[in-house]
Design a binder for this molecule. Structure first.
Ligand SMILES: [Zn+2]
Length: 509
């Protein structure tokens, strides 16, 4: 008991000390971990696939290719891009009908954009393996694979992880890419009003930004090390995200589940294993803020081990602590308000903005997809009013949309085209009457109430019969048919720049 209290107090002190040092220490360049060496690396592919050791770079490539080759129906290997030193930025797509872009929510796990924060590297490889091997036998995993498009990028900064050009060991892994850029400080910073632009950013991030924009993930998480906590938006400001309550809810779900396995895990944070980013420390140019602000996505940062280069002997424990949480977090993608937006008449899918009234900010509005019209609005339980809008369509307001945690409310939204404004021919500026005329006719200003009328009267064979210029104000002007015989005439009426031609029939008795 006594000893337990002492340990507890000591831990609290260490955590306090850590929190005090957190910001500067995270910026520090890690050189070599105490107790991490070649023995932490897998000797061969078989050992790498035991997930008890860290794969070398080549083993990693083999594992990723192997997943896709062994499960071609549900797994595809994609290249996001390549690094400065020519290593591969790889992502697995795991989904039923994996070659198709289905109308399913897209989910992304990515790890180790800080090259020396490596626990997620192995956890994500193991998660991929678990999903692929559990498909068809484990109903929960099968549901995820059937209903989501899951993407897994275990190594977002391979040049940093395998630095000193050593593909065989993570021993000298470093935080930055090979050019010294901290990839998690290199994304557009909404606080500075930066544009969503890849110009001048690290190569790894340029590829990542393009990938993120193409896939438009509904939910994602970005795995790091250095502490143990779920960090939710924002990093760049103390302002709260429009979905702050939902963020706290899903972050707590992650942390609570992990802490239920190991009460010492994510220990010492005032809010029980979770923190608002800025409350921890302000960071600018983070991926989390980029995704949340510029892409309308939802992303948290998972800090999963206090040690940067976690010794391989601890990998099994960290998997046991996190596996349930990793799966729960993905499942959140299945809940919330979802559905389809289409054209009322044609049924064609529509890209529309789904605005939650009295709730959303510009950055948190989500859109239905152009291809399927499908949308996924993750949100905390409650009753909401949605306004759905698309260019050329009348807004649809849907009041009282009720949503319960861990459930989905599905809406089928049909938008009506805006009535097309009919282009009426411009009303004539002058009215001619009577028509037919006998002894005289009147030119009455109908639309140009005052001005100077230039009238010229022509026969159908082009002869000018007469012309006259009259100033007028409001009332009609009478002209004699004295010089005209029975027949049809063209009256050219001009006022300023406006000219129109009328036909007049003259009947002489
Ligand atoms: Zn990090």
């Amino acid at each position: 008991m006594m000893q337990g209290q002492t340990t507890c107090a000591l831990r609290l002190l260490l955590v306090a000390l850590f929190c005090y040092l957190a910001a500067p220490s995270l910026e520090a360049q890690w050189t070599k971990a105490v107790g991490f060496d070649d023995s932490d690396m897998a000797l061969d592919l078989a050992e790498a696939l035991s997930f008890q050791k860290y794969p070398t770079y080549d083993q990693y490539l083999e594992m990723m290719q192997g997943f896709a080759m062994d499960h071609p129906e549900i797994c595809r290997l994609d290249t996001i891009g390549s690094t400065v030193q020519g290593r591969q930025l790889l992502a697995l797509k795991i989904s039923d009908h994996v070659e198709d872009e289905e109308d399913e929510a897209a989910f992304l796990y990515t790890s180790s954009m800080h090259g020396n924060e490596i626990v997620g590297y192995v956890l994500l490889l193991r998660l991929a393996d678990t999903l692929l091997n559990g498909y068809g036998s484990d109903s929960e995993l099968t549901t995820l694979v059937d209903n989501l498009q899951i993407w897994i990028n275990p190594l977002a900064n391979p040049d940093g992880s395998f630095s000193n050009d050593n593909d065989l060991s993570l021993e000298h892994a470093r935080r930055t890419n090979t050019e010294g850029t901290d990839l998690n400080r290199d994304f557009p910073n909404p606080g500075a009003g930066e544009a969503d632009d890849t110009t001048g950013r690290a190569l790894e991030n340029r590829y990542m930004m393009e990938f993120l924009k193409e896939q438009r993930f509904t939910l994602s998480a970005n795995i790091h090390s250095g502490t143990e906590v779920v960090n939710y938006p924002w990093d760049h400001t103390f302002d709260l995200h429009a979905d702050d309550d939902w963020y706290r809810f899903i972050s707590h779900e992650y942390a609570d589940e992990a802490m239920a396995v190991d009460p010492d895990y994510m220990f010492g944070w005032p809010d029980g294993g979770i923190t608002n980013g800025a409350e921890w420390y302000i960071a600018l140019g983070t991926r989390q803020d980029y995704v949340n602000y510029y892409l309308g996505g939802r992303e948290v940062t998972l800090e999963l081990s206090n040690e940067y280069l976690l010794p391989a002997m601890d990998l099994e424990h960290y998997w046991n602590v996190n596996q349930r949480s990793l799966i729960n977090y993905m499942s959140q993608c299945l809940y919330g308000i979802r559905g389809k937006v289409s054209d009322l008449d044609t049924g064609d899918p529509l890209r529309a903005g789904i605005f939650v009234e009295m709730h959303d900010s510009a950055y948190s509005v989500i859109h239905s997809s152009e291809t399927h019209g499908a949308f996924y609005r993750l949100i905390k339980e409650g009753v909401y009013k949605l306004v759905v809008s698309a260019p050329g369509y009348l807004n649809d307001t849907i009041p009282d949309v009720a949503i319960i945690d861990y459930q989905a409310t599905t809406l089928d939204i049909k938008l009506e085209r805006k009535p097309v404004a009919v282009e009426l021919p411009e009303a004539p500026a002058f009215r001619i009457y009577p028509n037919p005329a006998v002894n005289s006719f009147v030119v009455e200003p109908a639309r140009l109430p005052y001005g100077q009328l230039e009238l010229s009267v022509h026969s159908l064979d082009g002869r000018m019969i007469f012309q006259n210029t009259v100033s007028y104000r409001g009332s009609g002007m009478e002209f004699s048919t004295q010089q005209m015989e029975s027949g049809i005439y063209l009256l050219r009426c001009s006022c300023g720049k406006h000219t129109e031609v009328h036909r007049l029939m003259v009947i002489k008795h």
